[in-house]
Design a binder for this molecule. Structure first.
Ligand code: MN
Length: 129
């Protein structure tokens, strides 16, 4: 298994925060700023886990998750997807799960929670050194 994480997020501050946090643990971050760019990268690049913002400028994260799960690229049926959203409403978590996300975490992003959630699916390359 590789260590490529795709983050689909339109907020540059969150992108920078997550990039630094994950690179510090030895992961490689692929970036997409829109939902459709994210779907295209998931299909065209080698991706081991997807972090997915829900509020995106084009299609929302739920639609992104559905497109990824319905992709003809077989691996995307089981590539882990972690939804990351500012929406604290309980229904949003359920919507994320029913659209194909594996887990849900809320903003503001807590770095330790992020590391733990990612490592539950993709071991940190730093721990295997
Ligand atoms: Mn957003």
């Amino acid at each position: 298994m590789g260590n490529n994480i795709l983050y689909i997020e339109d907020n540059p501050d969150n992108m920078m925060l997550v990039k630094r946090a994950l690179e510090a643990r030895g992961y490689r971050l692929l970036e997409a700023m829109t939902g459709l760019e994210g779907v295209a990268k998931a299909e065209n690049e080698d991706v081991d886990l997807i972090l997915l913002d829900i509020n995106l400028p084009d299609i929302d994260g739920y639609e992104v998750a559905r497109k990824i799960r319905n992709s003809s690229k077989t691996k995307l049926a089981y590539t882990p997807i972690i939804a990351v959203t500012a929406n604290a409403l309980k229904g949003d978590a359920e919507k994320a799960l029913s659209s194909g996300c594996d887990v849900y975490m809320s903003k503001p992003i807590n770095i330790r929670e992020l590391w733990a959630r990612v490592e539950a699916f993709v071991p940190s390359p730093q721990n295997s050194l």
